[in-house]
Design a protein around this ligand. Structure first.
Ligand code: PHE
Length: 349
């Protein structure tokens, strides 16, 4: 019995040491703990059988078993600590952030070409002393038409052209209502621009029911016609980055007298291509409507037209953007193709 018992302790010790040497994970250690120290564990069974030993052998066997139990417990504890330490170390290595690494590429957005055009022209005009004014898109008939010398019988007030609300207000058909709004707000002298959305009942390949304009207004004493010409050519040359030929054509707007339209030489063919898709062979592009402000409009702005005069202009921003950035179809500006627009237009044309 004694001999068998001794052998048995040695076998359990060997078996524990071998299993421990093969343990790699905390789960392996748990299994070892169960195998040796649980209620039915090998060590527990040995401890239980101590009582069956003859009296004289119990002491040595008991000591041996205690030593084995201490070994098992301390080895399990140490190995588990080692495994946990190395797991933590590994985790630290995995999660370490190397702040010296170069950043990953980011995709950077860009302004919509119409907004970019708006900013560019606004910058140029601010350089000429103009401030930015604003007005509502849902406008009163009074500001959109009445005070701009557009009488009630005028075809521009037709339901066919204008979006009316049931309460008689409307979506402004141009940025010109900001002229009288600004005169009433700031008085004279005055230099303002007003970029913004305008609406008309138009929808085909070259017209959109919503488009963008920039209004300009200068009111001062003795403003000569030549200042309007000079201002327009300055603005256009700065915007297109070169000196373009331009021409004024007599035109009609109820709120300016005389009225003109400004054409610039075709930015695509300069008038050399009779099949040009941009100017259709005319060599000219119409970009601005303008004129000397009608005395009735100045009066509506509560400024004395005997003392003050001035000029106003309206630029089609969508048209300008298309010309500068070589965008051939107006609808591209409004259909929200993000990847097309996020590519940016700085380099274009
Ligand atoms: N409001 C005019 C239009 O929309 C443009 C314009 C503005 C003309 C100012 C003259 C003066 O066509």
């Amino acid at each position: 019995m004694q001999e068998g018992q001794e052998l048995n302790i040695g076998a359990v010790r060997d078996s524990f040491r071998e299993s421990l040497a093969n343990a790699r994970t905390l789960q392996d250690l748990d299994e070892l703990r169960v195998k040796f120290t649980s209620k039915k564990g090998e060590l527990t069974l040995l401890l239980r059988s101590l009582g069956k030993l003859p009296q004289d052998q119990r002491k040595t066997a008991g000591q041996e078993l205690n030593t084995l139990r201490d070994e098992i417990e301390s080895q399990l504890e140490q190995t588990s600590k080692k495994i946990r330490d190395s797991q933590n170390e590994q985790q630290e290595i995995n999660e370490k952030i190397d702040v010296t690494l170069p950043e990953k590429g980011r995709s950077v957005g860009a302004f919509h070409p119409v907004i970019q055009t708006m900013h560019e022209i606004a910058n140029i005009m601010q350089g000429l002393g103009y401030s930015v004014a604003t007005g509502p898109e849902k406008e009163e008939e009074f500001y959109n038409f009445e005070c701009l010398n557009v009488p009630s019988w005028h075809p521009a007030r037709d339901m066919q052209d204008t979006f009316y609300f049931q309460d008689g207000t409307l979506l402004r058909t141009h940025t010109s209502p900001v002229q009288v709004r600004s005169m009433l707000k700031y008085g004279a002298p005055l230099r303002i621009i007003c970029p913004g959305k305008v609406y008309r009942r138009d929808n085909d390949t070259t017209h959109s029911p919503m488009f963008n304009q920039m209004e300009g207004l200068l009111i001062d004493k003795n403003v000569p016609f030549s200042v309007m010409k000079g201002t327009m050519s300055e603005m256009l040359n700065a915007f297109f980055g070169r000196s373009l030929r331009y021409r004024f054509r007599a035109s009609y707007f109820p709120f300016t007298e005389p009225s003109m339209e400004l054409d610039i030489e075709c930015v695509e063919c300069s008038g050399h291509d009779e099949h040009c898709r941009v100017c259709h062979g005319t060599g000219w592009l119409e970009v601005v409507g303008m004129g000397m402000v009608h005395p009735n409009v100045i009066r509506a702005g509560k400024i004395d037209p005997e003392v003050y005069n001035g000029f106003a202009f309206g630029i089609g921003l969508d048209r300008m953007a298309m010309l500068k950035y070589g965008i051939s179809d107006l609808r591209l500006l409004f259909d929200g193709n993000v990847s097309y627009f996020l590519s940016g237009f700085e380099e274009a044309k």
